[in-house]
Design a protein around this ligand. Structure first.
Ligand SMILES: [Zn+2]
Ligand SMILES: [Zn+2]
Length: 126
């Protein structure tokens, strides 16, 4: 095996550039800040900010009864991850929407929501 001698010409220059993602909403450097939106690839948001947004005004139920959220930056509809839906605050928000549909006799909407989230039928109203 031939010997490979590697010469580091410029040792002072860092070879690995670490990119710390900064959440565009809270401007915190967080490892959970990821590109959640395919349109806003350069606008990472962290789990907490996305959650706050969903629990606030960002979470909406689309025409198929799926719980989605509008991108805080470009308003595109984005899927809420299964992990996020398991969050108790997010669940409460979704349940609130479900109750709203039931109370307004929007049977189709409520049924669509149950199709995506069967647990809504057994959720307790606290
Ligand atoms: Zn954030
Ligand atoms: Zn976006």
């Amino acid at each position: 095996m031939p010997k490979i001698t590697q010469k580091h010409k410029d040792a002072s220059k860092p070879t690995v550039i670490k990119v710390t993602k900064v959440c565009t909403i809270c401007t915190d450097k967080k490892p959970t800040a990821i590109h959640r939106c395919t349109t806003c690839k350069t606008s990472p948001t962290c789990f907490k900010c996305v959650k706050d947004w969903i629990v606030g005004d960002g979470g909406i139920v689309d025409s198929t009864g799926k719980f989605v959220y509008s991108c805080p930056t470009c308003r595109a509809h984005l899927n809420i991850s299964a992990t996020m839906v398991q969050d108790s605050d997010v669940k409460t928000k979704l349940y609130y929407y479900f109750l709203h549909e039931v109370e307004n006799c929007n049977v189709d909407n409520a049924r669509n929501m149950l199709g995506h989230y069967p647990w809504l039928a057994t959720e307790k109203n606290e």
